[in-house]
Design a protein around this ligand. Structure first.
Ligand SMILES: Nc1ncnc2c1ncn2[C@@H]1O[C@H](COP(=O)(O)OP(=O)(O)O)[C@@H](O)[C@H]1O
Ligand SMILES: [Mg+2]
Length: 257
């Protein structure tokens, strides 16, 4: 049975998409991986396919959710790495839920739409990696309800520090109400700049406040990693340097999930 892992935090620019993309790519070297883009910005779609997100209009996660049919909407990147894409229209998901889905299915829980959509293909993959938008809305709630584990991203800013507390509270709420099997894999500290004293203070604070939750591996700010959005994975001459920081993290992650 595939492990479903969500990368989240409601603060934008916190390394969710980059981390989800690198982990999906690295895991696909040895495992069957499905990436699921749940952010209407389509950044994971662009990062992994290196295609225009509008190439996928009409065959994205939005259609998969509406039809509760995942298989039809899987796009193959390599033999081992597949994706269900997203583009802007995913922003209409909540409107569809409250205007149509709830009227048609008054007894069903709209937070479980993604879980029910993925159930039929869960066995086909070793890992399903979900990237989420920078908000605690319906997509993120659906992602958490569908997941076995969640990684909370922390980039060293006061805004992200403030967001983290509510993100962990949201996870606990989902564990109570919807998904008792959801595990907090941990907090991944990313884009850290060693030269900044305030960065160091904040990463230490996270370690103290969330004892045992922070992964030991810290992902530092690195130009090659940042340039993945430009160069992608398939024909990237600096790929090794770009993904190298995530090897130790993945070892820790696999131990924890
Ligand atoms: N380790 C890193 N070093 C340098 N830049 C990074 C690193 N990780 C991510 N970035 C860049 O930071 C920006 C925000 O990252 P992203 O993964 O898109 O965050 P989110 O998905 O949380 O909004 C992107 O431009 C990305 O390329
Ligand atoms: Mg993103």
């Amino acid at each position: 049975m595939g492990k479903v892992i969500t990368f989240g935090v409601q603060k934008g620019g916190s390394g969710k998409t980059t981390s989800a993309g690198v982990c999906a790519w690295l895991l696909s070297q040895e495992h069957k991986v499905l990436a699921v883009d749940l952010d209407s910005q389509g950044n994971l779609t662009e990062l992994l396919t290196q295609q225009d997100i509008y190439d996928f209009t009409g065959r994205t996660i939005l259609e998969a959710l509406k039809e509760q049919l995942a298989e039809k909407y899987i796009h193959r990147i390599t033999d081992n790495l597949h994706i269900i894409t997203a583009e802007d229209l995913l922003a209409t998901f909540s409107r569809w839920v409250y205007r149509e889905y709830e009227k048609q299915h008054p007894t069903r829980n709209p937070s479980l739409i993604l879980k029910e959509t993925l159930d039929s293909i869960k066995n086909d993959y070793d890992f399903i990696i979900i990237d989420t938008p920078p908000a605690l809305g319906d997509q993120t709630i659906n992602a958490l309800a569908a997941s076995d584990a969640v990684i909370a991203l922390f980039e060293s800013s006061k805004f992200c520090y403030s967001a983290l507390e509510r993100f962990i509270e949201t996870i606990v709420h989902i564990q109570d109400k919807l998904n008792p099997d959801l595990k907090i894999a941990g907090i991944l500290r990313v884009m850290i700049d060693n030269r900044r004293v305030d960065n160091k203070a904040l990463i230490d604070l996270v370690e103290q406040e969330y004892e045992g939750l922070a992964f030991e591996t810290i992902i530092h700010r690195k130009a090659a990693t940042g340039r993945l959005s430009i160069n992608g994975f398939l024909e990237n001459t600096e790929l090794k340097q770009a993904v190298e920081p995530y090897h130790d993290f993945l070892k820790e992650l696999i131990d924890r999930v």
